[in-house]
Structure formats: C-alpha cells, structure tokens
Design a protein around this ligand. Structure first.
Ligand SMILES: Nc1ncnc2c1ncn2[C@@H]1O[C@H](COP(=O)(O)OP(=O)(O)OP(=O)(O)O)[C@@H](O)[C@H]1O
Ligand SMILES: [Mg+2]
Length: 309
C-alpha cells in the first residue's frame, strides 16, 4: 500500500490530558497471553494500579470501503514501553497503526469501528479534533520524509510553528537544540542548522523526522518500519534512540525485522490473516521474550522462526 508519507503529519495541537489505569491483569488485550503477568526489572508491573496506559484500543476494526482489513483488535500500550507489531505483509499493521492517530480516515472511503482511547479521551468522538490527536500521537514513516528544501532547524520548528507556539529566537534555538539532542543528531548537524534537510544522509534524515515528531512533545510515537530504508549502522542508532525515548513517549513500532522487535520492544503483538480474504487479527500478544521464546500459537511460532510469512 501507500504508506501515506505525509510531511509534517505529526504536527497538530494540544494533547488531551489525563491518565488511564489498566483494569485487566495484563497491559495487553484480547489475544492469548504467553505469560500471565509481566515480570522483570525493565518492565512495568501490569498489576500496579498506578500504571499509566496512554493508549488502548478496544475491538478496533479498519475498513477500506467494504473491505475489512483489520478486525477487532484490543490492545493496551503502557507508558514507558515499546510495543512491536509484527506479521506478514498485508495483514494490516500499517492500517492499524494509522488508525491510532486518525490518519487512516484520510484515505477516501476508509473508516474505523471500535474504540481508541488516548488517556481518557475517545480519539474518534465527534468533538475530538483529529489535528489534536495527530499532535499527541506522532508518526514516523518507512522512508524519511523531511521537508527537503527547508533547513534542518526549520524542519524542527515547523511543528511548534504550526501549533502557533510563540517564541523569540532564543526560545526557538533552545527548542531546536533540545529536540536535536533528544534525537541524537545535534553533534552531527549543529554547524549546518540552516542547510537544507535534503542534504542529510538517509539515517540522519530519519533521525530528523523523529526529532520533528518529538518537537511537539507527543504522548505516543507510531513508527512504521522506520529502519527499513536504512543501513545496519543507522538502524542500530535508531534502535538506541528508541530505547532512550521510551521513558518520555510510548512507542508502537511496526517491523519486519524479528531481531529488531526482539532488541527494542517490551511487548509484541502478532497480527496475521488466517485464511485468504479474511481481515488481519491479533493472534498473540505478550512480553516480547515470551512471544519470541515461548509462543503459544503455532502460527506465531512459524512466523517468528521464519517458517511462514
Ligand atoms: N489505500 C488502500 N485502499 C484499499 N485497500 C488498502 C489500502 N491500503 C491498504 N489496503 C489493504 O489493506 C490491507 C492491509 O494493508 P497494510 O498496508 O495495512 O498491511 P501491512 O501489514 O502494513 O503490510 P506490509 O507489511 O506489506 O506493509 C491489505 O489487504 C491492503 O491491500
Ligand atoms: Mg505496512
């Protein structure tokens, strides 16, 4: 499909406030869980009533006109975690991801049923501003898509400017530097902030796109195969960055790279189409180490071991 490369799509307005606590004993949703409850130092204790879950879906289905591409996915994405979505080509990973920040509906005839909650706010409620949703839920695409003729600094500043953040030169410079540092790009570009972004390498452009998404301080960052156009070294840099960022922003990443999912994510959801013509469904979800090391569903095992898909 087209992956909806949409320069500046992460730019929008105020994020909704509030926090949600999980009601179930696991942060993830309706699929078979490989383990009863997450354990381990790096992972949140999902039974902790104080655990914040910035985003969750309930029975989310995604349609292109009459075609149902994704069916009834219920998933929760706890704060300070990375969730990887994996599954064979065409199972609906991008469609699901784009439904989380109301980008799916930008395709003519496309719509969703079910619920997406961002904190306590229904993303699809009549009075929810989709532009506000897209600011709070930023997105990074497969191919880096900076504004190529704009300067590096202006790429960063484009989001705050769109949101009518007022600020003198000092404030602007501070935001640009802080954001580029946060995306691990500052040292490489600090002497060429006013050069066109199109002159950066692919890996640098992707980190600039991540920085641009972060400049509006989103709560959730969606990443759709963010490294698939990059060389191994740039890929590892982005993975390092993902690990650093998760303390600040909840990350949901689609990847075809099983090693990448295993390296960067805390949780994994496996989506697949069981029979030709059916929609994609969530087959299994849980701690990444369980989904990869001890999957409960034979399809998951076949997929993660490379025997299918
Ligand atoms: N713009 C569109 N119009 C109609 N159908 C679409 C459109 N985009 C995607 N689809 C269909 O929706 C289904 C899910 O596609 P999607 O791109 O979400 O899959 P994916 O899991 O991201 O695949 P890949 O791993 O190849 O990126 C597919 O059947 C696809 O053909
Ligand atoms: Mg895709």
């Amino acid at each position: 499909m087209t992956d909806g490369q949409n320069p500046g799509s992460a730019e929008a307005t105020a994020p909704p406030a509030g926090a949600e606590t999980p009601t179930s004993s696991t942060p993830h949703g309706n699929a078979t869980l490989a383990s009863e409850a997450p354990v381990g130092d790096a992972l949140p204790n999902s039974t902790d009533p104080g655990l914040s879950v910035p985003m969750r879906t309930t029975d989310l289905s995604c349609f292109f006109g009459k075609h149902k591409a994704v069916e009834d996915i219920s998933l929760a994405f706890p704060e300070k975690t990375v969730t990887a979505l994996i599954g064979p080509s065409g199972c609906g990973k991008s469609t699901f991801l784009r439904s989380l920040n109301r980008m799916h509906e930008l395709v003519p005839g496309a719509y969703n049923t079910g619920t997406v909650l961002l904190h306590d706010q229904d993303v699809y409620a009549k009075d929810t501003d989709p532009v506000a949703v897209r600011r709070a839920v930023g997105m990074v695409f497969q191919r880096p898509n900076p504004f190529p003729t704009k300067s590096i600094a202006d790429n960063i500043w484009s989001g705050p400017k769109f949101n009518r953040v007022k600020g003198g030169k000092a404030e602007r410079d501070e935001i640009v530097e802080r954001t580029l540092r946060g995306a691990g790009l500052w040292d490489e570009v600090k002497n060429r902030l006013h050069a066109p972004a199109g002159g950066l390498s692919g890996g640098q452009q992707q980190r600039l796109c991540i920085a641009r998404a972060l400049a509006v301080e989103p709560d959730v960052l969606l990443m759709d195969e963010p490294c698939s156009a990059l060389d191994p070294q740039s890929t590892l840099r982005i993975e390092d960055l993902i690990r650093e960022l998760k303390d600040r922003v909840t990350i949901i990443i689609v990847t075809h790279n099983m090693q990448q999912a295993a390296r960067v994510s805390d949780y994994t959801g496996f989506i697949t189409i069981e029979n030709e013509g059916e929609p994609g469904r969530l087959i299994e979800t849980g701690l990444t180490r369980d989904v990869f090391g001890n999957p409960t569903h034979p399809r998951t095992e076949a997929y993660v071991t490379g025997r299918f898909g």
